[in-house]
Write a protein that binds this ligand. Structure first.
Ligand SMILES: NC(=O)c1ccc[n+]([C@@H]2O[C@H](COP(=O)([O-])OP(=O)(O)OC[C@H]3O[C@@H](n4cnc5c(N)ncnc54)[C@H](O)[C@@H]3O)[C@@H](O)[C@H]2O)c1
Ligand SMILES: O=C(O)C(=O)C[C@@H](O)[C@H](O)[C@H](O)COP(=O)(O)O
Ligand SMILES: [Zn+2]
Length: 364
């Protein structure tokens, strides 16, 4: 892969009693056994249907090293983040005699690693787990930071736990089989990292949007490592989202409501893209964000092919869903907006007319 460093880049994530590393590179399977360690006897490899061959290859590799390794296939994408799928995983672990010294490996996109982490957090009240993200979004965001969870009928990620992994192996070669639409969806979280903390990300994408859309592009490794550093820095200071971690939720208040309205058939990154345009408009209307930075959201997101609008008639339902967003306190809605580039702040209880006016700006 062009732009890929020969040696893996190692990014430390702290803020927990057991700091861990995110390794970014190629050919990282060889690192897995060392992370699993010698006290584990059994390893459960959770993978989506789309990665059945990869799951089996990892299983064979671990079995050859003496582990009792089992591959556990789960549905693709958001269908995996369901309590019935978690229950299926619990029953497999129970039947395998999985103990507290055993290890779960989640290999797949963010949906798979969110589920795998949640199963690890809940099984025997917590076993070790390792994330092997295979989507751009998983590498730069979902696999890092220990937020794990599943959806419920009422909304996105409403059940979960903070349960950091023992390590993250982000093998860039896995991105080559990812459908382009999924790769581009992951760029929304990369762009989010640019707006909230590292504007060089935006400069790189604007200078060559076609390269940004290409897993083999010249800037890919730099974009990925920059976005991971933003996430690692934030979660290292605030694992349980007592404060600053909320900035990682930029664009997500509306995004999660859109995902629910679409019955989770929109990709998360696409919804985050619309959600960031909305948050930018809200910031602008609240008198916080300058016009140029608000407009920049539309230009950079459109340049890589991400959506900017959503159905106008959906507003009442979206507003209702936003009320159960995890940032809400009682009846008070809270949003992350920008006071300027890389200056995220919390906007509490915005005037309802501002919410409607901002939605008019993203209505299709
Ligand atoms: N925990 C967190 O901090 C956090 C952060 C951001 C997002 N998320 C969650 O992540 C999820 C979205 O993750 P995503 O965008 O990675 O989507 P995803 O996990 O749904 O994966 C998208 C599709 O790609 C397939 N796939 C995965 N890797 C592949 C590969 N290498 N080749 C071919 N197909 C592959 C999957 O099976 C799926 O069908 C959402 O549920 C979101 O809420 C969590
Ligand atoms: O890690 C975080 O914190 C984030 O908010 C990152 C988001 O990109 C991610 O989608 C997260 O799962 C959203 O969390 P939630 O608490 O709003 O469900
Ligand atoms: Zn997200």
């Amino acid at each position: 892969m062009s732009g890929t460093p020969a040696e893996p880049v190692r990014i430390r994530v702290g803020g927990t009693s057991e700091p861990y590393d995110v390794l970014v590179g190629t050919g990282l399977l060889g690192e897995l056994a060392a992370l699993i360690g010698t006290s584990a006897r059994r390893v459960a490899i959770l993978h989506p249907e789309a990665l059945a061959a990869t799951g089996e290859a990892v299983r064979e590799d671990l079995a050859a090293q003496g582990y009792e390794a089992i591959a556990v296939q789960v549905p693709n994408a958001e269908d995996a983040k369901d309590v019935a799928v978690a229950a299926y995983c619990w029953s497999v672990l129970g039947q395998t005699g999985f103990t507290r010294s055993d290890v779960i490996v989640g290999i797949g996109g963010g949906a798979t690693t969110d589920l795998a982490g949640f199963v690890a957090a809940s099984w025997l009240r917590g076993v070790r787990w390792i994330a092997m993200p295979t989507t751009l979004l998983g590498m730069v965001d979902a696999a890092v930071g220990g937020k794990t969870g599943i959806n419920t009928a009422e909304g996105k990620n409403l059940v979960g736990a903070f349960h950091p992994p023992a390590g993250v192996l982000a093998d860039l070669a896995t991105l080559e089989s990812l459908p382009r639409n999924d790769y581009v969806s992951g760029l929304a979280e990369v762009i989010k990292a640019g707006f909230i903390a590292d504007p060089v990300i935006l400069d790189l994408i604007e200078a060559d949007p076609e390269a940004a859309r290409d897993p083999l592009g010249k800037d890919t490794a730099e974009l990925i490592t920059r976005a991971i550093r933003v996430k690692a820095d934030v979660v290292s200071g605030d694992l349980k989202e007592a404060g600053r971690r909320e900035i990682l939720n930029y664009g997500h208040t509306l995004a999660h409501a859109i995902e629910k309205a679409e019955r989770y058939k929109w990709r998360h990154g696409a919804a985050v893209s619309v959600g960031m345009v909305y948050a930018a408009e809200l910031g602008r209307l609240a008198g916080r964000l300058d016009d140029a930075t608000a407009d920049r959201h539309r230009t950079v997101l459109a340049a890589v092919g991400l959506p900017l609008t959503y159905r106008g008639d959906a507003w009442p339902r979206l507003l209702e869903t936003m009320r159960v967003d995890k940032k809400s306190r009682g009846d008070m809605l809270r949003f992350i907006v920008l006071d300027g580039l890389a200056k995220p702040v919390v906007l509490e209880a915005p005037d309802p007319t501002l919410l409607v006016a901002a939605y008019a700006e993203v209505s299709a």
